[in-house]
Design a protein around this ligand. Structure first.
Ligand SMILES: Nc1nc2c(ncn2[C@@H]2O[C@H](COP(=O)(O)OP(=O)(O)O)[C@@H](O)[C@H]2O)c(=O)[nH]1
Ligand SMILES: [Mg+2]
Length: 202
């Protein structure tokens, strides 16, 4: 049915960040491309977003699992099978920057999120005095806390929609596709086989 040369792959993206960062607004803006009045997330929201990467159609399932303190305890349960983490920050709220940094660090310590790419969204850029991408990078010490992990900071405004297309494009390029993973597994197997051969030949 699909066009020749196109394949469908479903990729899970975790949308994280403190409450009030703008996650729900962002998700609905991306999905409907229109402003939305949001209610604090109870439980979670999930949306499927179709994006193109080269000639492939890929469906990102974006999970917004709520940012309130009592919900954050449950984040661990959503980590499995996650292809990328999108961490949303209220760039206009300097008072909660440290709290946001601590949450991000905790998230990155998750074993199941090892090596998963991280996109930090410096949201609410429409607000006067919002922190810039550079300020956030430094405040979060991203170079240090990410190490080998692929990461990027994108400025955006869920209110105006500015930067959201770029954010989506960035995520779709950061995620490993299942075919990539299969190739990685094969590489891994080859490596192990070679290792065993080398060990048993002598
Ligand atoms: N000015 C401005 N307000 C925003 C932006 N994104 C979200 N908000 C507002 O911030 C509040 C919290 O947003 P919400 O999406 O519920 O945050 P969540 O708790 O992370 O899901 C709401 O009043 C939104 O209208 C933005 O980019 N700019
Ligand atoms: Mg929400």
């Amino acid at each position: 049915m699909g066009q020749r040369g196109s394949t469908q792959a479903e990729i899970r993206v975790l949308l994280l960040g403190l409450d009030n960062a703008g996650k729900s607004t962002l998700l609905y803006k991306l999905k409907h491309k229109s402003a939305f009045s949001t209610v604090p997330t109870v439980g979670f929201n999930v949306e499927m977003l179709d994006v193109k990467r080269q000639r492939k159609n890929i469906a990102l399932t974006v999970w917004d699992v709520g940012g309130q303190a009592e919900m954050r305890r449950h984040w661990g349960g959503y980590h499995q099978d996650t292809a990328a983490v999108v961490f949303v920050v209220d760039s206009a709220d300097r008072h909660r920057l440290d709290e946001a940094r601590k949450e991000l660090e905790k998230t990155l310590r998750s074993e199941q999120l090892r090596e998963r790419p991280l996109l930090v969204l410096a949201n609410k850029q429409d607000v006067a005095g919002a922190m810039t991408v550079t300020e956030l990078k430094d405040a979060f010490n991203l170079r240090r806390i990410c190490g080998e992990r692929e990461w990027f900071v994108q400025a955006c405004s869920a209110a105006t929609g500015g930067g959201l297309d770029e954010a989506l494009r960035r995520v779709s390029h950061m995620v490993k596709l299942p075919s990539d993973s299969a190739a990685a597994v094969k590489e891994n197997i080859k490596g192990t086989v070679n290792y065993i051969r080398a060990k048993s030949v002598r």
